[in-house]
Design a protein around this ligand. Sequence first.
Ligand code: KG4
Ligand code: ZN
Length: 366
Amino acid sequence: MRSSPEPKVPYMPLLAIETTCDETAAAVITRSREVLSSVVASQEQLHARWRGVVPELASRAHVERIIPVIDEAVSRAGISKRDLEAVAVAVRPGLVGSLLVGLSAGKAIAAALRIPIVGYDHVLAHLYACRLAHGDALTYPCVGLVASGGHTSLFHVRAALDAERLGGTIDDAAGEAFDKAASLLGLGYPGGPEIERAAAGGNAKAHRLPRPLANDRNRLDMSFSGLKTALRYLVRPPGAPDDVPPPQGQKRADLAASFQQAVVDSILAKVELAVERTGCRSVIVGGGVAANTLLRESLEALGCRRRLQILIPPRVLCTDNAAMGAIGWERLERGDDDGLGLDVTPGTDRRRPDASHRPEVRSPKN
Ligand code: KG4
Ligand code: ZN
């Protein structure tokens, strides 16, 4: 570790960098997990017309934004870069071109300042947001649910860095399903908040949509692609012309509400099963879909019914951010330093643009 003769601040904070998908984010976090600053530059507008993230556009935007975002985070924290003790970078999973931008910036800072650099897992970091929000109220082991645009998984979490995946989606992620449903209903991107808004005036019982695998008590897997197809047929029955305009008004509200209920029911069934299987009395939740009010309220209700502790971070810590990169401290505290040989591990489970809306853009292969 670097020894600084006269640190400007009485603590030496960590700089966390997050560029896994379409948010360029940086945060400064103290060893006691106090978030001194958290800056998120969203690329939503950039990708909106494709109704999904276009990898090439995402990495170019990260290149433009990463330095200003880091500078902003450092300045809002009231420190200078020389006051940093270490750098933590999300290195998996994600879009390779996006991940590399954050990693390169992190390495440059670590090299220039001669401080340690550690990589962290974005999905575990989503769960770690609960530690930031709830402090010592979070105790391990517990069940972890991550529901985002790229992931929907259940974990048996034994420690911040030790989570066993118990199951999860076998096709689309929950957030991806929200995004595709919004597109079918003629709503904007990202779809989750749009569906939530449209559903507010709708009747969730108006349409009986499927909850695939929800009643299968033998597995903790979920499936959302059949649900999306069912919605597609309600919007445009088989054989109807391609240019049927998206539904409007009450019809759209009812479809949005029915869809949202089906996603939440599917998730809830498996959270309950995971609790039974593991015997854990506590559930921690993370990811962009955890910003959904119906999901939050339904999980709280499950907690009351089954006497479980349910920990969900505030919405700003559910969607992608770098404050959750505080998980980097868990690695630093056990003496880890990945050094400048650190590399990215993109993985496979990330959201892609809906191909039907972007015929001239090829899907990424990863
Ligand atoms: O965690 P996140 O910001 O990025 C990924 O790691 O993927 O999650 C983004 C996803 C998007 O699919 C978005 O539609 C969904 O989270 N989302 C929501 C809500 N806010 C964001 N889904 C349902 N309801 C919301 N309020
Ligand atoms: Zn995420």
